[in-house]
Design a protein. Structure first.
Length: 407
């Protein structure tokens, strides 16, 4: 079994796999931090940034977390090296795996720490800011776990069976591609041997020898090389046929894979949606954006419309909607930049490696806040105006430009 980014785990389940305490943010075992367990209330930019309280301060009023112990474990994490599994708490005992992370940098400047504490609304002294990076940003990291510890993948998408078949076919295609390379190398080696036989025969014929030397041995040598020449010629013809067959098979399988990708894309498009992150103070603008996107043929999810009365914990509904999204549209306003809910949604979406489409609303003055810039600056934004259809067109372009690996 393995940790999966689509599943919520309890601290007990995490502890059964990695060991360490079940109550601290940096559980350790045998002198090493074995996991990172955070909440976005205290770390809104997690998993990219961790704010560590000054370990010289005494424990909090509730006495549950000793800041000195947490600070010591954080320093251990900084110096130990290697990747560590990271989890984000969503509800009281639901922790979602984000991947394997390594320490990228550490900031201890008091001014920077104070600014980060203010932005995160932390009423305590921050002593250290740890920036993290995925140990492998291309492949979703996994960690082995003992049987009967981890839950089943109950949140897998509708296209998961197709994606499994796609992965299998891509592996077969990769092996076939390797075979083509090997055949090509063999054909090249055969051609080189063929040329060597030709050179040897020419050299034998041109070699100045006496009549006595042009005896049986000389002609037998020429005969052997001519026979070798014929063998290499036949081998080259066989390799040429094998190469042509492999290339034709490769082209056919590639065509099938492209068709399969298109099918998976269609399944994903039908089952996934665009998540709209916004401040409730900008409901009218969010409604307009929703209408534009859905008019362009893309499903949307908006908290006011899609969280049913009595539908369960608000944060659980938000996280489930983010997991089911392929794009997160962020309505950028002065109000949304100050909204802790929007900040947490952006942080959670970043942890899920979601793509963003920032919508700059009328009347908003750039630049964006540090939190918004940190997460959104690398994405192309849309300037909202009275002209309709801009957002729908941008979402359609985002869908068309999705990487094949996303399917």
């Amino acid at each position: 079994m393995m940790f999966n980014t689509r599943i919520a785990y309890t601290r007990k389940q995490i502890g059964q796999v990695v060991g360490g305490s079940l109550k601290v943010p940096f559980p350790s075992k045998d002198g090493r931090v074995v996991a990172i367990c955070l909440s976005r209330d205290a770390n809104p930019d997690a998993p990219q940034r961790i704010l560590v309280a000054d370990r010289r301060e005494p424990p909090g009023e509730d006495g549950r977390i000793d800041r000195r112990e947490a600070g010591h474990a954080a320093n251990m994490l900084v110096t130990q090296g290697g990747a560590v599994p990271l989890f984000i708490r969503e509800t009281s005992n639901e922790w979602h795996y984000q991947g394997e992370f390594v320490v990228a940098s550490v900031e201890r400047d008091p001014v920077a720490c104070a600014h980060a504490a203010e932005a995160a609304e932390r009423n305590e002294t921050i002593g250290m800011i740890i920036s993290l990076a995925l140990s492998n940003p291309v492949v979703n990291p996994i960690r082995l776990a003992p049987p009967n510890v981890l839950a089943s993948d109950e949140h897998a998408g509708k296209g998961s069976s197709h994606e499994g078949e796609l992965a299998k076919r891509e592996s077969e295609l990769s092996q076939l591609s390797l075979k083509i390379v090997q055949i090509t190398a063999s054909a090249h080696a055969s051609a080189q041997t063929y040329l060597q036989f030709c050179d040897t025969i020419v050299a034998l014929i041109k070699e100045p020898v006496t009549e006595a030397q042009r005896g049986r041995e000389y002609f037998m040598a020429v005969k052997r090389h001519v026979a070798g020449l014929e063998t290499q010629h036949l081998k080259s013809l066989e390799l040429k046929e094998e190469l042509a067959s492999a290339q034709a098979s490769f082209a056919a399988q590639r065509s099938e894979l492209d068709a399969m990708r298109a099918k998976i894309q269609s399944v994903n498009h039908a089952s996934q949606h665009v998540f709209i992150s916004y401040s409730s103070k900008n409901q009218e603008t969010a409604d307009r954006i929703l209408r534009e996107i859905e008019s362009a043929g893309h499903k949307c999810w908006q908290s006011k419309r899609d969280i049913p009365p009595g539908g369960g914990a608000y944060e659980h509904q938000i996280m489930a909607a983010l997991r089911g999204s392929w794009l997160v549209v962020v309505v950028v306003t002065q109000q949304s930049q100050q909204s802790p809910h929007v900040k947490r949604e952006i942080g959670a979406a970043t942890g899920m490696d979601r793509r963003f489409l920032p919508i700059i609303t009328e009347g908003f003055t750039m630049p964006m806040s540090d939190t918004f810039s940190y997460h959104l600056q690398r994405f192309q934004y849309v300037q909202l105006s009275e002209k309709s259809g801009q957002v729908g067109a941008a979402v359609a372009e985002a869908w068309r430009s999705r990487a094949p690996s996303a399917f």
